[in-house]
Each structure stands twice: as structure tokens, then as C-alpha cells.
Design a protein around this ligand. Structure first.
Ligand code: MSP
Length: 520
């Protein structure tokens, strides 16, 4: 008998411009990706989670020059001093980190482009028109306001170059058919509609090379030109897992295992690159297109998209220093429907921290541990059951799993926190502190404490992808590490199986999960 292989799940974030200082907008995407991939790992799937940095282009070259270092040195410095540390600090468990200046990427990009040329999808022509270095994008006259890029508010460059073009227009009909047949391939619906309207309005061919600077991957057959930075960057999703490698090599096997990507997470600002150009490139190469492009909304500050260029960028540490990493991971996914824009507010975050994390979740756990220490000598009492709690838990797991796998993080977290509220209600109704006063009611007291502990066991597992460090602390204080093994290995499909905490395992008072906030 052959064992079925676990389902693979490949998720990517955009590769961030290496030049930018990481801010909470970047962190929003990466945390969402981390939560989703941790969830899928706990579903027992074979997960690959990729992030990285976008390092070519005029903008990087210019800033390196302004800092008197070579572009490569500049990129190395930023990756090591800013990007890798920020993801580590936010507890991001990516499996790989791709940099577009790595040889593995450059070689595979060159090969891919040569393949498109050989297949007749590339031609030489003159490009004349506006270009925004901030967006690294060829603009249409309608994209400008008084000669300025509407995203960056800065004047665009006027280019007039002989460039290599990709026959993007050839793929518009196939893309329209693809999104019509597979609506789930571009979400939410508003993003899909935007893409379809764009495709139906007439798509032009795309210039995919530049000749006026050299910080990029050379066009293999015309080394006086470098490959347009977006064409180079989009390919990261495939080069990182071995695009074009021989099927029997490690890269070839990895590619067969994980391509096509299940989800490309992107902000809505870069939807068209991902939902139009990228799948067209893949179609041209005869490769399968990604399962889903999901465009989430923007974090707004003062009503505008937060960005470094507008000096509204907030570093994740500005928030985590005060609220902690897990509250940061929780808050943005809990407060903003994924796909909509949302304003960050210090007050709202403080209010949710106190009511949902410190009171509903943290206090519930610390009260339970304190009562087991006081009334049961620190040992989990005999296994009991409360059908109200166990039935609600089953429903909670179903709802949360359906929501989170559909990228409705808010819906999933809501369901879990509703269960947390119910458990609080259970404790309040049962009043174990009152039962404890009557020696004849010990069995009843033990049942209430067991049912509460078991509910908290389930909450820890369900919240682990969202708040890995806090739930690990809780897991240890429940004594579950010794008896049930690693929390990350607890399966979502098994969470609702009641009665897992074994009687007699020792609880210990751990660190306060969500300490009272200091006055700001
Ligand atoms: N380098 C390109 C992406 C290439 S992918 C092949 C790029 N980089 S970026 O540094 O500008 O980061 C873009 C991503 O960061 C957005 O798509 C979005 O996921 C995230 N965000 C940047 N600012 C954001 C907000 N203010 N709000 C939410 N997300 C934001 O574009």
C-alpha cells in the first residue's frame, strides 16, 4: 500500500525593495503569510514559505552611489542590517529568503528569458513614454497627475530607448478566460474585477529591458541592456525553487514538488504586475499559473497609504517595543478585514490588547493555572467533559479553519476568540472558587477545572500560528510540552478531540502572557 503524500502548500510574499526601511506595511504582508503557512503546517501539509528582497533597478543604483558604495555592497548591508533582522524579530518562520542578486536567481532568469525569445515572445522596438523610478513602472498618460506619478507625487522620467518587448497583449484573452473560469485565482472579488476590467480595456506589450543603466541582470543575447526590474523580480517565485533545472536535479525536484504556487500574497498596489504580467510570462513559457493572487488592502496613516517616501512609515519595533511581538501579529489581522484598507490607531490597539489579549485570554489562563495549583496541588485533575464546551470547540475549529484557509484571518480569529469568551463565561457561571469551599463538591470542582484546562489547551493550539511565543509559554505552563509534545506539531484536525491533557500532568505558573501596558 502506498501512503498518500501530504498536500504541498507554497506561499510567497512580495520581495521587498531592499532600499526601503522595513515598516509595518511590509510586516503586515509577511505576518499574514507567516500565520497562514504556520496554520497549513499544523494541517499537516508540506509547506514552503518564501520571502526576500528586490535588489536591482535604477533606484537602488542611485542610492548606493549617494552612499558611496557599490550597489552590491549596499544591498548586502541592508539585507543583513534591516530585512533579515526584522523578520527574525517578528518570529517569521520562512523556509527560504531569496535575493535577486543571488547567482541562483540571475542564472535562471537569463535562461527563462532566452526561452521566451526562442519561442518568439520577445521583439525589439522603441519605447517612448513616462517612467516612475519610485514604482519602477512604465506609466500611461492616464496614470499621471500634472506630469507626476500619482503614487509617489514626484515627476516621472521621459524615456526614449530601444528596448526588448514581451508580447503581453497576446495573452490577454487567455487571462480573461482564466479569471472567468477560476475566480478563486484572483481575490478578493474587487481585485479580480479590477484585473478583468484592465484586461478588457486593451493590454499593450511590455518593455522588458533598459539600456541607460547597468544595475540588473543582462539580457542574455544583448548584454548592453539589463532586464526590467519587475520582470526580473516576479521570476523570484519560481527561481527560488529551481525554475528550469533538470528534472532529476534537486532544483528540478523542488520545482515539481511546489510549483505552481498556491498563494502569492501582495498588496493591492502591485496587483496588476502579479495578476497580469506574471501569469502571462508563465503562459508564454508553458508553465502552470499560480493558484491564487490575493491582494490585501493598505495600512493607512492619516488616511493615506503609509510609506517611507511620505515619511509616514512606522517601524514594527515602534509598536512591538510597547505591545510585544505577538500582540502585533494578532492585532492587524484581527482588526482589519484582509482585503480592505485599515487605519492604524494606537488607541484601538491598546483597547484590544487589554480586553481581548490580557483580559479574555491571558487572565483566563493565569486564573486556571492558579486554581489548579491551589485546589489540585498543581496537577491536572481527572479527564472530564462538558458537552457545551466540546460541541462549541468542534464548531470553532471548523469555522476557523474554513476562514483562515480562505484568508479571512479576521473571521478565523473572531471564531477562536468567541470560544475564549465562552470559556470565560463557563468559569464565571461555575464559580470554581465557590465550589472549592465545599469539600463534598471536589469531583465537581475537578471537572470544572479539567474542562477549563482542556479548553485552554485547544485555544493555545489554535492561536499558535498567530501568537507563537505566547502560546508556547502557555503550553509549557500547562505541562503539555512533556505530555503532548511540541505545540507546533499539534494538528488542527485533532484540536477538537476532547480529553487530551492527561490527568496528573503538572502545571506551573509561567510568565504573565500579556503584561499590563506601561503608560505611553
Ligand atoms: N519590490 C516590489 C515587489 C516585487 S514582488 C515580485 C515592491 N516592493 S515594496 O517594498 O514596495 O513592497 C510592496 C509590498 O509591501 C506591498 O505589495 C504590500 O504587500 C506591502 N506594503 C507596503 N506598504 C504597505 C502599506 N502601507 N500597507 C499594507 N501593505 C503595504 O513593491
Amino acid at each position: 500500500m502506498t501512503m498518500a503524500l501530504p498536500k504541498s502548500f507554497y506561499l510567497t510574499t512580495p520581495i521587498y525593495y531592499v532600499n526601503d526601511a522595513p515598516h509595518i506595511g511590509h510586516a503586515y504582508t509577511t505576518v499574514a503569510g507567516d500565520v497562514l503557512t504556520r496554520w497549513h503546517r499544523q494541517k499537516g501539509e508540506n509547506v514552503w514559505f518564501l520571502t526576500g528582497t528586490d535588489e536591482h533597478g535604477e533606484k537602488v543604483m542611485n542610492t548606493a552611489a549617494a552612499n558611496n558604495v557599490s550597489p552590491q555592497e549596499w544591498c548586502d548591508r541592508l539585507v543583513e542590517s534591516a530585512w533579515k533582522p526584522v523578520w527574525k524579530s517578528l518570529n517569521i518562520a520562512n523556509d527560504d529568503f531569496i535575493r535577486t542578486t543571488e547567482e541562483r536567481h540571475e542564472v535562471r532568469v537569463g535562461k527563462f528569458l532566452q526561452g521566451l525569445k526562442d519561442a518568439g515572445h520577445i521583439y525589439l522596438a522603441k519605447y517612448e513614454g513616462p517612467y516612475c523610478i519610485g514604482c519602477e513602472e512604465f506609466k500611461l498618460p492616464g496614470d499621471l497627475d500634472d506630469g507626476k506619478c500619482v503614487v509617489h507625487g514626484k515627476p516621472v522620467e521621459m524615456l526614449s530607448e530601444e528596448n526588448w518587448f514581451f508580447k503581453l497583449s497576446d495573452f490577454a484573452p487567455a487571462l480573461i478566460e482564466h479569471y472567468t473560469k477560476h475566480p478563486e485565482a484572483c481575490e478578493p472579488a474587487s481585485a479580480r474585477n479590477e484585473v478583468l476590467a484592465f484586461l478588457e480595456s486593451g493590454v499593450k506589450d511590455l518593455s522588458i529591458s533598459r539600456s541607460t543603466f547597468d544595475w540588473g541582470i543582462p539580457v542574455p543575447w544583448d548584454t548592453a541592456q539589463v532586464i526590467y526590474v519587475w520582470f526580473d523580480a516576479l521570476l523570484n517565485y519560481a527561481t527560488a525553487i529551481g525554475l528550469g533545472d533538470d528534472a532529476s536535479s534537486d532544483g528540478g525536484k523542488k520545482f515539481a514538488e511546489f510549483w505552481p504556487a498556491d498563494v502569492h500574497l501582495v498588496g493591492k498596489d502591485i496587483l496588476r504586475f502579479h495578476a497580469v504580467i506574471w501569469p502571462a510570462m508563465l503562459m508564454a513559457a508553458g508553465l502552470p499559473v499560480p493558484g491564487k493572487i490575493f491582494a490585501h488592502g493598505w495600512l493607512l496613516v492619516g488616511g493615506e497609504k503609509m510609506s517611507k517616501s511620505k515619511l509616514t512609515g512606522i517601524a514594527p519595533s515602534d509598536i512591538t517595543d510597547h505591545f510585544g511581538v505577538d500582540a502585533f501579529r494578532y492585532y492587524f489581522l484581527r482588526a482589519i478585514p484582509f482585503g480592505s484598507d485599515g487605519s492604524f490607531s494606537w488607541e484601538d490597539m491598546g483597547a484590544r490588547y487589554t480586553s481581548e489579549l490580557a483580559n479574555d485570554f491571558g487572565n483566563l489562563a493565569s486564573r486556571l493555572i492558579a486554581m489548579i495549583e491551589k485546589y489540585c496541588d498543581g496537577a491536572i485533575p481527572a479527564v472530564a467533559n462538558d458537552s457545551g464546551l466540546s460541541t462549541m470547540l468542534e464548531q470553532t475549529v471548523k469555522t476557523a479553519d474554513a476562514a483562515i484557509t480562505a484568508l479571512d484571518f479576521q473571521g478565523g480569529i473572531n471564531a477562536i476568540m468567541e470560544f475564549c469568551k465562552r470559556v470565560n463565561g463557563y468559569v464565571t457561571e461555575k464559580e470554581p472558587w465557590a465550589i472549592a469551599k465545599d469539600e463534598s463538591r471536589t469531583a465537581e470542582l475537578n471537572e470544572v477545572l479539567y474542562n477549563t484546562a482542556e479548553s485552554i489547551r485547544a485555544l493555545a493550539v489554535l492561536l499558535h500560528p498567530i501568537m507563537p511565543a505566547t502560546t508556547q509559554t502557555l503550553w509549557e505552563s500547562l505541562g503539555a510540552q512533556e505530555t503532548l509534545g511540541n505545540i507546533a506539531e499539534q494538528k488542527i484536525s485533532d484540536v477538537a478531540r476532547w480529553g487530551q491533557l492527561p490527568a496528573g500532568s503538572r502545571v506551573t505558573k509561567g510568565a504573565v502572557l500579556f503584561p499590563r501596558l506601561e503608560e505611553k
